[in-house]
Ligand binder design. Structure first.
Ligand code: NAI
Length: 264
C-alpha cells in the first residue's frame, strides 16, 4: 500500500493505530472531526465529518486501504448514531466504490450479539441480537459491507471487536479483551492476504474465557498471542468481581444491555 487511511484517528484505537501501523504504508492519512495534532512527515491530516458525503469522497481518494475506526463508539441517541455510523458508513462505502475499492478493515463490535447469554454458543452465522442502537448501527455496517461485497466485490474485514484496550480491567474483559499487539497483527493479516473477501472476524485475544471462535477464518493466518488470563487475579483482588446474576456475568453485552433507550 502507498497510502493507508485511518478514520477516527483521534480516538482511543485511532491514536494507537497511528503509532502502530506506520509500517503498513509510506503515507498514513488520518481523519477525525476533532483535533489530531500536527502531522509527522509520513502523515496527512484531514478533518472530515463522516456524514459529509463529498468530504468523505475526497478523503478516500488516493488511498489503497482503509482502517475504519471513526464513528460513535458508545450508546447514544439515534440522531447521533445515525449521522456517524449509518450515513457515515454509507458515505465511506460510496467513496470506496468511486475510488478503486480499497480494502476496508471495518471496526464492528461484539455489541451486535450483546443480548445472547454468555453460556450460549454464538458464531458468525448466529442471528444478530444487538444490545442498543449502537449495536444496531454496527449490524447495519456489517450488512452494508456484505452488500458491497456481493454486489461489487468490495473487500472488507468485518471485525467484531471485543474490548481493545491496553489491558483488561474488569470481569467481562477477561473474555472480550483484544490486546493492542493482537489488533495490530490482525490489521497486518487483513492487508497482507492476497484474497480477503468479506469475512466476519471476532476481534479477541487468546483468552481462555472467550466466548467466540475464529476457526472459520484460520486461513487468514492470524494467531493472537496475548491472553487476559494473567490479569484475572488482579481483577479479583481489585474487588471488580460481579455477582453471578449481574449482566456482566450473564449477558455477552454486559452493562450495555442495561442502557436506557433515548427518545430522540
Ligand atoms: P473512540 O470513540 O475513542 O474513537 C472514535 C473516533 O471517531 C473519535 O475520535 C471521534 O471523534 C470520531 N468520530 C465520531 N463521530 C465522527 C464523525 N461523524 N465523523 C468523523 N469522525 C467521527 O472509539 P475507539 O474506542 O477508538 O473505537 C474505534 C472503533 O472501534 C469504533 O468504531 C468502535 O465502535 C469500535 N469498537 C471499539 C471497541 C474498543 O474496545 N475500543 C470495541 C468494539 C468496537
Amino acid at each position: 500500500m502507498r497510502r493507508l487511511l485511518i478514520t477516527g484517528a483521534a480516538g482511543g484505537l485511532g491514536r494507537m493505530a497511528r503509532q502502530r501501523l506506520v509500517h503498513l504504508a509510506p503515507t498514513l492519512r488520518l481523519s477525525d472531526i476533532i483535533p489530531m495534532g500536527m502531522p509527522a512527515e509520513n502523515e496527512e491530516i484531514v478533518t472530515c465529518d463522516l456524514s459529509d458525503a463529498a468530504a468523505v469522497n475526497e478523503l478516500v481518494k488516493g488511498c489503497d486501504g482503509i482502517v475504519h475506526l471513526g464513528g460513535i463508539s458508545t450508546e447514544q441517541s439515534f440522531s447521533v448514531v445515525l449521522d456517524a455510523n449509518i450515513v457515515g458508513l454509507r458515505n465511506l462505502y460510496e467513496a470506496a466504490r468511486h475510488n478503486g475499492m480499497p480494502r476496508i478493515f471495518f471496526a464492528s463490535s461484539n455489541h451486535v450479539v450483546g443480548f445472547y447469554r454468555q453460556d450460549e454458543q454464538v458464531d458468525i452465522d448466529s442471528a444478530v441480537r444487538p444490545d442498543g442502537l449502537y449495536g444496531v448501527s454496527k449490524c447495519f455496517g456489517e450488512a452494508l459491507a456484505r452488500f458491497y461485497h456481493d454486489k461489487l466485490g468490495q473487500e472488507t474485514a468485518i471485525v467484531r471487536i471485543g474490548s481493545c484496550f491496553e489491558s483488561p480491567t474488569d470481569y467481562r474483559m477477561l473474555a472480550t479483551w483484544l490486546s493492542y499487539d493482537d489488533f495490530v497483527s490482525l490489521v497486518e493479516r487483513v492487508f497482507a492476504v492476497p484474497k480477503l473477501g468479506c469475512p466476519t472476524i471476532w476481534g479477541v485475544s487468546a483468552n481462555s474465557r472467550a466466548w467466540w471462535s475464529n476457526e472459520h477464518v484460520s486461513h487468514l493466518g492470524w494467531h493472537p498471542k496475548d491472553s487476559a488470563d494473567p490479569y484475572e487475579t488482579a481483577i479479583r483482588n481489585a474487588g471488580n468481581w460481579p455477582a453471578p446474576d449481574h449482566p456482566l456475568v450473564t449477558l455477552q453485552g454486559g452493562n450495555n444491555t442495561q442502557d436506557s433507550l433515548s427518545d430522540d
